[in-house]
Design a protein around this ligand. Structure first.
Ligand code: ADP
Ligand code: MG
Length: 710
């Protein structure tokens, strides 16, 4: 189907001129009853037909024996019939020239083989007849801007209006769509459209994602995703959304599959498919949210609040303690606590004593005489503080205090006046209900906790940073491809040993230690002399992957006698390992390090080459201080991710150590990524661990790879 046909089909589905409910019922406890009732309650203006051969009218709507019998064009048919009757109903829809069929019933692919066969049959009939399907096994969808509600949800049944809004909500799960929608209703947040996709027999998440990018009513896109049918399409839609200036926020199920695959390197074992997914999403400037209810809050805040101008956050509160705790959470959330400049302190003079003019601001500490002297005292204070150029965003923590509704009114006004976001946190529980109502009335979000507010701000700032870093998409740089092919031609499937992996790295311009494999003590002495003492000696054995585990690495070998002694010792060490053969000894240049890093890549089945780097050497799993990016990342993105690692200060002159040559290090990481892009799926994993860094010396001391010819 061409892109234009697809777009027309989705428009007909989301903005239909007519809808038929097949299986319409007077009983609103049934699907065919509730959907018809919802459709009418929100005053859908198009034609509505009931299809039910047993009655002439359902809920006062004229009823027909079949869709075909309606005799008028029908854009959308809702099939609310049991699965046994689905085939006949679908054939009826095809004969009637229906454009889209919403299948809400279950017992299809999700229920086993028989159901899958039935679903496949329905898809085949629909394809042949030019009909698109949503579902089956879903809750339906609505489009507020067309007053069209075909979504069976408790929240909508209790609501008098189908609130219009700017957030497109696309969910694979029907139940979670219902839960998110209920949260949106509580917050008073409108959606542009909402669709639950169920089994995605035909139309899937990406189809509606694409539609939302083009839809003028949708400004923010929120997704709940379980699995992706087409990861590369998904990735390119993320980039399209970014280009269209539409923020994308999503929750992905299946976060904890890391470590289930048998892998050879640290890189691959620490980077599960969820982590790769999250890395791809983030690098496209989109946001991964952990919880689906938070997703609604974040999306709503994104669509209503101005962008933070920096990570410096001013906390304002009705209480000193509330402000102090909030500042801790700000500092822990990769944000900074802002302070006010002297000009602001001066501007605050008519509003409070100087001793109160700071952030965290404790409005409870200001004498009542100041507050009563001015009608909009709180609003004036907040506007003045937010205007400080040192303040990038604010968080207002409302503990129980007098006039909470007034505080909310001031905060919402500040959001319109200051051009920076002032996040409202209701820390007064149900006592703050009136304040929440004020926020809702102004279409603004109340955050449930400081933590939620902090997470929103850090996510939004991270997305802003990504937007700034992302260069226009560039073709992968071919790195010495001829040489790479010549080297890899000799590779067998499986583990590639250190000296061979280093050859590969060297071919793309990555600095590696000099060294050579020696098959005798005499040869080892010759190599050591050529390199210069001290040297490092390591066992070479096709059966041994982690050399130091068996005592197979000796550093700082100082002279010829040492080389001979250790050659014999290493040979003896291998002899003790059952089934391992001794293939010689790698004699190698000794590198110095103030910091030992890991840099590696692995091939992700869904997203292709991924790049990981961080601190730790052999302790990498313990340290958990790594970054994961798509291997296509540019130097700016790599530099930024590096600077966010916990141990980054080790590279910038910690305790009198020389600062590392960051340009060299970033270049090394970038080349590794480019090499992985170049080699594709054949390079299942590769790893430089450690990369020894001391000042201007940046050298790969150990390397391994896993090769997969096919
Ligand atoms: P393994 O196979 O156990 O990972 P490595 O080659 O990484 O073996 O060596 C283990 C450790 O020895 C490294 O983490 C590093 O600290 C040190 N080391 C290895 N090679 C060198 C070298 N060329 N210069 C200095 N130290 C080294
Ligand atoms: Mg190692």
């Amino acid at each position: 189907m061409s892109a234009m046909d697809q777009d027309q089909a989705l428009t007909a589905i989301l903005d239909p001129r007519s809808v038929a409910i097949v299986g319409a019922s007077d009983d609103t406890a049934k699907w065919g009853g509730s959907i018809l009732a919802l459709l009418r309650k929100f005053h859908y203006a198009g034609a509505v037909y009931a299809v039910n051969p047993r009655s002439a009218s359902v809920q006062g709507v004229a009823s027909f024996a079949s869709v075909e019998a309606i005799g008028q064009p029908v854009d959308v048919a809702v099939l609310a019939v049991p699965h046994e009757r689905a085939v006949a109903a679908m054939q009826d829809c095809v004969r009637a020239g229906v454009k889209g069929v919403l299948m809400v019933t279950s017992q299809f692919a999700e229920a086993g083989e028989e159901g899958r066969a039935l679903q496949d049959e329905l898809v085949a009939i629909a394809r042949a007849g030019g009909v698109r399907i949503i579902g089956p096994n879903c809750m339906g969808y609505f489009n507020s801007h067309a007053d069209l509600c075909l979504l069976n949800s408790q929240a909508l049944m209790r609501s008098d209006v189908l609130t219009r809004g700017r957030i497109a909500l696309i969910s694979q799960s029907g139940a979670l769509a219902g839960a998110m929608l209920a949260r949106a209703c509580d917050l008073g947040v409108g959606l542009s459209f909402c669709v639950s996709l169920g089994n995605q027999a035909d139309l899937e998440v990406c189809d509606f994602f694409e539609y939302a990018i083009a839809d003028p009513h949708s400004q923010v896109i929120a997704l709940y995703v379980e699995g992706l049918k087409d990861p590369s399409r998904f990735r390119s839609l993320l980039l399209q959304a970014r280009a269209a200036g539409k923020p994308v926020l999503l929750v992905k199920a299946g976060r904890t599959d890391a470590g289930t695959r048998a892998v050879q390197s640290h890189t691959a074992s620490m980077a599960g498919s969820y982590q790769s997914f999250a890395a791809v999403v983030r690098s496209a400037g989109a946001v991964v949210v952990d919880d689906y209810l938070d997703l609604v809050v974040h999306a709503a805040a994104w669509s209503t609040l101005p962008a933070p101008s920096s990570a410096k956050v001013a906390v304002m509160s009705g209480s000193g303690g509330g402000g102090a705790v909030a500042c801790d959470q700000v500092a822990e959330g990769q944000l900074q606590v802002a302070s006010l400049g002297s000009a602001t302190v001066q501007a605050l003079e008519p509003l409070m004593p100087q001793s109160c003019a700071h952030v965290p601001f404790d409005l409870g500490a200001v004498p009542g005489s100041y507050r009563s002297a001015r009608a909009n005292w709180l609003q004036d204070v907040l506007v003045t503080m937010m205007a400080d150029p040192e303040v990038g965003a604010g968080i207002y923590v409302m503990t129980t205090q007098p006039d909470m509704a007034g505080a909310a009114a001031a905060v919402q006004a500040v959001n319109r006046l200051s051009g920076k976001p002032l996040l409202f946190v209701n820390a007064a529980s149900s006592s703050g209900a009136e304040a929440e109502a004020v926020m809702r009335a102004h279409a603004q979000v109340s955050f449930a906790s400081v933590e939620q507010a902090v997470r929103f701000l850090s996510d939004r700032l991270a997305a802003q940073r990504e937007h700034a870093l992302a260069a226009p998409p560039q073709a992968p740089q071919p790195v010495a491809s001829g040489q790479l092919e010549a080297i890899t031609r000799t590779f067998d499937d499986g583990l590639i040993a250190e000296h061979q992996a280093k050859q590969l790295f060297a071919a793309v311009g990555i600095p590696v230690t000099r060294g050579e494999v020696a098959d005798s003590a005499d040869a080892a002495v010759r190599v050591a002399a050529a390199i210069g003492y001290p040297v490092v000696m390591k066992v070479v054995s096709a059966q041994i992957s982690h050399k130091s585990d068996i005592g197979g690495v000796v550093v700082g070998v100082a002279d010829e006698a040492g080389v001979r002694r250790h050659f014999a010792a290493l040979q003896a060490a291998v002899a003790k390992v059952p089934g391992a053969g001794f293939d010689g000894c790698l004699v190698q240049q000794m590198a110095r390090a103030d910091a030992e890093l890991l840099v590696g890549t692995h091939w992700d089945e869904q997203f292709g080459p991924m790049l990981m780097f961080g601190f730790g050497g052999t302790l990498v799993e313990l340290q958990r201080d790594t970054a994961l990016l798509p291997a296509t990342a540019n130097q700016a993105q790599i530099g930024e991710a590096l600077s966010r690692l916990r141990l980054y200060p080790l590279l910038t002159g910690f305790r009198g150590r020389p600062a590392a040559d960051l340009v060299k290090l970033v270049d090394l990481i970038w080349r590794m990524g480019q090499m992985a892009v170049q080699l594709g799926a054949r390079l299942a994993e590769c790893e430089a661990n450690p990369v020894m860094v001391q000042g201007a010396s940046v050298l790969v001391a150990d390397a391994r790879a896993v090769w997969r010819k096919s």
